[in-house]
Design a protein around this ligand. Structure first.
Ligand SMILES: [Ca+2]
Ligand SMILES: [Ca+2]
Ligand SMILES: [Ca+2]
Ligand SMILES: [Ca+2]
Length: 394
């Protein structure tokens, strides 16, 4: 169990996706698959000093100096300029070196006077100082909320008095607490992203990003950087997308089906193939619906199966024979469909395989007109067909 939990935890971490950028308008924003490091370029034609993601409405924010941009997280990104950030009530422009978003609010940090954490109003691009510190004490170049824990983190390049490293910032208590030192040899980390207790140090030059466990404060791995040039600023943020189809989990109608973003007719986890082999207007992919349809036909034919008196006409006998063979045909269809596609059917209170076996047994008994208990068996078979149909929920 312990092992299983560990695997689940790792899976949860690795399936989210990282968005990174640098302050070179020729370099695209990259969307990085954190499980294999593959980076997909998303060109925006602007510099990126800071990056943030509003997971409530699927909106990416980034800035080039004082200019704030946003785009829905779609392919491609479509930059929409929100204008220059200014200090609230003034026209003094404010360049942010990092952005972070959480709980309906956008934040940024400045690394020139007055250094501190600012809240940014995206509607007006006005900024307000919400946490101040002595300018020489910190140089925060990366900033991000962990959307899962709600904690705010920043990377600090200043070596004195607190030492460079990852810091947790509590905007309520205004406490700034060191979580981890930078990796050996690193002094300049200008971008940061956090998700579910894991932090990514986004370095603005070729090489590796560093991956940290934010609980223990230890480095757990590296991730190859897609950057091929050395720049001055970088930004990062996380976009949870477990199936890596560019539709973030909360905006993906099929969050664990990488080939679909909406259930469509066939449902998540099933190829959207509308082939209708038996031309009954139910596509083959709707296995449960087909089972209900065929079972309904089988019931209608079973009702026609009767024990005939010795005086019955040949026409009456022919009709009963026809009905019996139709019941057999429909039952065989049901058995084949369950054997081939039973895993795609949802039922209540049992498994479709168990229900199918019971149905076969009851129906085979119910068509034996020469048995002494024929009427009772037929009644039981019809009732079983009804409960079979009623148990199928898709
Ligand atoms: Ca300050
Ligand atoms: Ca997705
Ligand atoms: Ca999907
Ligand atoms: Ca069909």
């Amino acid at each position: 169990m312990k092992k299983l939990l560990a695997i689940l935890f790792l899976a949860n971490v690795s399936f989210s996706q990282l968005l990174v950028g640098v302050d070179d308008s020729a370099v695209p924003i990259y969307w990085i698959n954190t499980s294999n490091g593959i980076a997909t370029p998303l060109p925006v034609g602007t510099q990126v000093w800071g990056l943030a993601y509003d997971g409530d409405i699927n909106l990416v924010y980034w800035n080039q100096g004082a200019i704030l941009y946003r785009s829905p997280f779609t392919i491609p990104l479509v930059p929409d300029s929100l204008g220059e950030m200014v200090l609230t009530g003034t026209s003094t422009t404010q360049s942010m070196v990092a952005l972070a978003y959480h709980g309906g609010k956008l934040y940024g940090t400045k690394n020139i006077a007055n250094e501190g954490i600012y809240e940014i109003n995206p509607a007006t691009a006005e900024v307000t100082l919400v946490l101040d510190y002595a300018d020489p004490d910190y140089d925060f170049g990366g900033l991000d909320f962990d959307p899962v824990t709600g904690k705010l983190y920043a990377t600090n390049d200043d070596t004195t008095p607190h030492g460079s490293g990852i810091f947790e910032i509590n905007l309520t208590t205004q406490a700034i607490t060191k979580v981890a030192d930078y990796p050996a040899g690193q002094s300049d980390i200008d971008g940061f992203a956090a998700y579910n207790g894991i932090g990514y140090l986004i370095v603005d030059e070729p090489g590796d990003f560093f991956v940290y466990d934010l609980v223990s404060g230890s480095q757990v791995s590296t991730l190859p950087s897609p950057f091929t040039t050395s720049e001055v600023f970088s930004g990062g943020t996380f976009i949870p997308d477990d199936d890596r189809d560019f539709a973030p989990n909360n905006f993906d109608g099929c969050p664990i089906d990488g080939s679909k973003v909406a259930p469509g007719v066939c449902g998540c986890g099933q190829v959207e193939d509308l082939t209708d082999s038996n031309l009954n207007l139910i596509p083959d992919c709707k296995v449960g619906e087909e089972l209900k349809f065929t079972a309904g036909n089988m019931r209608a034919q079973l009702r026609k199966v009767k024990k005939l008196p010795d005086t019955a006409t040949s026409n009456q006998r022919r009709k009963v024979r026809k009905a019996r063979s139709a019941v057999k045909k429909y039952l065989a269809e049901i058995e084949t469909r369950i054997a081939n596609d039973g895993t795609k059917v949802s039922v209540t209170n049992s498994s479709i395989f168990a229900l199918g076996l019971e149905l076969s047994e009851k129906v085979k008994k119910g068509i034996k007109v020469n048995k002494a208990r024929f009427r009772k068996n037929k009644k039981a078979a019809i009732s079983n067909i009804d409960s079979f149909i009623g148990s199928i929920t898709n």
